[in-house]
Design a protein. Structure first.
Lengths: 417, 129
């Protein structure tokens, strides 16, 4: 891998940009690998990268049925924060935020992590109590989160409407300054390039059609659209399709897959300097470096794999955006799209070993997995390499739905699920 | 937005009138306190989440307010059929023969909510399937 730097850029500028290498190689699959990761999204590629970097396991393949980063990694609203209520969640999401800081240098790839602050609005007494509870819980876990008055919120985000005449007036806000955004595609590409440089095979257009198990039940490898590939360890990181893949190994999951939509406006000059979220009116918004307003909507109410959602869901979100930011009522929306998110009953992820020997699963990130990408890949690589969970992801088992040790962010509702 | 036929009202109505109520045909144990942790997990948390035909419950919350069941394809989001709560789980292989692509969905407005069984209706005009 040739290092990216200002000198490399200058050298290539002189040579007509003819010397750039492919960012990652696309080899033919080998007959057998030490580890196969199913799914080349951010989490899968990060897992492969940390397997190679921190555990010295480089005989790894990442299999992707479509194109790299073409699922939810390329469809999310790129928000990063770690102000979750419960200790377990705080642990894993803040592990990720710590890795985001410095990730561009680590990968030698600009992932455009911008700690511009995530502000969550309170509109009523309940919101105030919930957000303040989060602030206190976060402080105990060493996570920055502070309370803002409406005036301070307006100062931090000038286009915000804090009029008392609003239908849902802003009565306060919490602010995590280390929260922000990153460039989602660059995260996938950066991890792919860095993993490929360490010897990981990234194999696109290779759909897994079966998970083969030995007579003793352990994993032997996967059947794919490009033939059988052997491996004693298989990590499934397939987001909305996790139930389908795990079913191939005979494991039934506590997951349901729903469409989640997002949309962007026409590009405009910088106007929203941070991320603004409101659980009560259900909207969140930020502005990309290209100038588009990036707006996240809610999930549809029914299970679907269609990667499209209902228009009324977007409409509802835009109602809320116009309520929070009357300045945007004349704005044109440019594009909208949907992704399929896998939701667990307690709205916390599963990063764990499974009842099948050699089969590992990283799923259930629901509507908010992007923010966790580096942390998730980091501890999942540990889980696969050592065949035991890292202390950070130890609580995120499948068995918690049997034992009742839920991590109930659904009830804590740090985010509108 | 989906168009959903309520089998009680016998009308096809917009999704906004309905609330999805999860997977159908999951029976609650008569003595729920007596079931094992494994069985409770299966009943309460584990879901089939199929890519393809799903059996699911809906509630016509802004209509008759009753629960009913539906068979839907989760890839196309098209309904194969809806049926009343308590009726047996339909056999998919049989359903496929009876249901065309426009059995319930994409019907022209003037043919909506005609109180005749779907099978006996006039075929939809060309170009709307």
């Amino acid at each position: 891998m040739r290092k990216y730097s200002v000198f490399a850029l200058a050298r290539e500028a002189m040579r007509g940009h003819k010397g750039w290498d492919e960012q990652w190689s696309s080899p033919e699959p080998r007959a057998e690998y030490d580890v196969i990761i199913v799914g080349a999204g951010g989490h899968g590629l990060a897992t492969a990268y940390y397997l190679a970097k921190e555990h010295g396991i480089t005989n790894v393949a990442v299999l992707e049925k479509g194109w790299l980063g073409g699922g939810n990694t390329g469809r999310n609203t790129t928000i990063i924060r770690s102000n979750y209520l419960y200790d377990e969640s705080a642990g894993i999401y803040d592990h990720a935020v710590k890795l985001w800081d410095g990730l561009s240098q680590d990968l030698n790839y600009n992932v455009m992590y911008s700690a511009r602050g995530v502000m969550m609005l309170a509109h009523n007494v309940h919101d105030v109590q919930v957000l303040k509870r989060h602030i206190h819980a976060n402080r105990l876990n060493g996570i920055d989160n502070e309370w803002l008055s409406p005036e301070q919120a307006k100062e931090f985000c000038p286009p915000l409407n804090i009029s008392k005449d609003a239908r849902y007036p802003v009565v306060g806000a919490s602010l995590q300054r280390r929260g922000g955004t990153a460039r989602h595609d660059a995260v996938a590409w950066g991890y792919a390039r860095a993993a490929s440089a360490r010897g990981v095979d990234i194999i696109q257009n290779c759909e897994v059609t079966g998970i083969k198990r030995a007579p003793n039940g352990a994993v032997m490898g996967v059947e794919t659209s490009r033939g059988f590939i052997g491996a004693k360890k298989v990590g499934v990181v397939a987001a909305g399709h996790t139930s389908v893949l795990m079913d191939m190994a005979g494991v039934r999951m506590p997951l349901e897959s729903y469409p989640l939509q997002a949309l962007v406006s026409e590009p405009v000059k910088p106007v929203v300097p941070c991320v603004v979220m409101s659980n009560t009116v259900h909207a969140y918004i930020s502005q990309s470096d290209k100038g588009e307003l990036v707006i996240g909507a809610g999930t549809d109410q029914y299970i679907s794999y269609s990667q499209t959602g209902g228009l009324h869901i977007l409409n509802h979100t835009l109602d809320a955006i116009c309520e929070m930011f009357p300045i945007f009522t004349r704005m044109k929306m440019l594009r909208s799209w949907g992704g399929i998110v896998d939701v667990t009953p307690d709205r916390s992820p599963i990063l764990a070993k499974t009842p099948v020997q050699g089969l590992y699963v990283n799923c259930g990130w629901g509507t908010g997995g992007f923010k966790a990408t580096p942390g998730s890949g980091n501890v999942f690589a540990h889980t696969i390499a050592r065949d035991e969970p890292h202390p950070i992801n130890a609580p995120f088992t499948i068995e918690r739905f049997r034992t009742g040790r839920l991590i109930d962010e659904a009830a804590a509702a740090a985010v509108a699920h | 937005m989906l168009l959903i036929r309520c089998p009680y009202c016998e009308e096809e109505r917009p999704e906004l009138e309905f609330r999805n109520a999860g997977e159908a045909h999951i029976a609650r144990a008569a003595d729920i306190a007596a079931v094992s942790d494994e069985d409770f997990e299966k009943f309460f948390f584990i879901r089939s989440n199929p890519k393809g035909i799903i059996y699911e419950r809906w509630r016509h919350i802004h209509g008759c307010a009753r629960f009913f069941n539906a068979v839907r394809d989760t890839v196309t989001d098209k309904f194969v059929m809806t049926y009343k709560a308590g009726e047996p789980k339909p056999d998919i292989s049989k359903l496929k023969k009876e249901s065309g692509p426009a059995a319930y969905a994409n019907r022209p407005p003037d043919q909506l909510n005609v109180k005749k069984p779907a099978a006996k209706r006039a075929p939809a005009s060309k170009g709307d399937a």
